[in-house]
Design a protein around this ligand. Sequence first.
Ligand code: CMC
Length: 377
Amino acid sequence: MDSQQIHRGLEGVTVTETDLSDIDGANGELFIAGFPVGELATNATYEETLFLLLNDRLPTEAEYESFRDELATRRGITDETRALLERAVTEEEPPMDALRMGLGAATLGDDATAPEQKAKRAIAVVPTIVATYWRYRQGAEPVDPDPGLGHAANYLYMLNDDEPDAASVRGLETYLNTVVDHGLNASTFTARVVVSTESDVISAATAAVGTLKGPLHGGAPGPVLDMLQEVHESGEPESYVRDTLEAGERLMGFGHRVYDVRDPRAAVLSTAAEQFYDEAGDSAFFETVTTFERTAADVLAQERPDLSLETNVEYYTAALLNGVGIPRDLFTTTFAAARVGGWMAHALEQLADNRIIRPRGRYAGTHDRTWTPRAER
Ligand code: CMC
């Protein structure tokens, strides 16, 4: 086959089979390894979801304990990596840049050799790199990982130097599970391209971090929180929506390339966030979140009936992560802490039946140039 037809952005192109997740964009459904996203996200720990993605089945109790312990033993970083993260602190650079650097460094000299081991190392170490960098940036000493805590609880513990309450852990666990995998999104596809050259899974994770960082992919939830906080203070959701549309700008957290209806992950995270804010006795902010969603729907129906823009995953990510105490500037790195599980599962799936990913570009340049020596140009 030598098709010259161009599929910009590879839109609509199917490049592989996968058992990891299935998206029905027309009906707003997402299945992760066979489970409806809501059922898996709210019941599983993040380790259970990882085991499922890496083994295509849920673990027994004994397997679960051993998998959890194995991940916990792979969380540490060397003094050299710590020093690198400390020296990298600036207020201007996004924490994703520190994660990209730290992930590359944290695995140098590591004793993991098999791709499966390296994949677990990448998954285990991301929260440690993020929390270490963040604490240095706050002028605080980093907190060593606690092998007695689960993956989600340990992340919060390393950020805050305080053992988190059960509701925060459950909220974060639900978030990590909800966004762990989502078809061949840009960062996951990146990871598959990297290992398709028979490079290694750590390089795949590092490249995927760079891809996730962009505002068209993982960078939206911070601006969503800014928007919600502004509206919470002003109490004027309608004028915010109208002003944004009149200025020709986009409402952050609305719209999706794949879903024609509301993103199913928004529903899961909305329920989790509502429960969280209710239990915390702090429902005023969540009321702003839901009021804004309704108001935006009404205004969009009047002003842009041609579009069907509904909330996407990032809208309720901002609400939930803010609730569980993740700082705004760590929303994208926390997305990476979840999605690294999907990246690694896809990388291993690619390696199990590999063919190098090597598409073509249709040349649109000229063929009729002749060389002129530099002095004569
Ligand atoms: N607010 C206002 N108008 C919008 C929005 C929005 N959020 N999203 C799309 N539109 C309009 C857009 O201006 C265009 O209008 P027109 O026909 O007048 O030019 C029309 O809808 C089609 O836009 P598009 O850019 O072709 O749509 P897309 O499918 O390529 O965009 C999107 C998908 C998510 C990039 C876009 O909806 C967007 O920028 N949303 C805001 C940012 C955001 O929430 N990003 C997180 C996405 S979920 C992340 C993930 O899954 O990784």
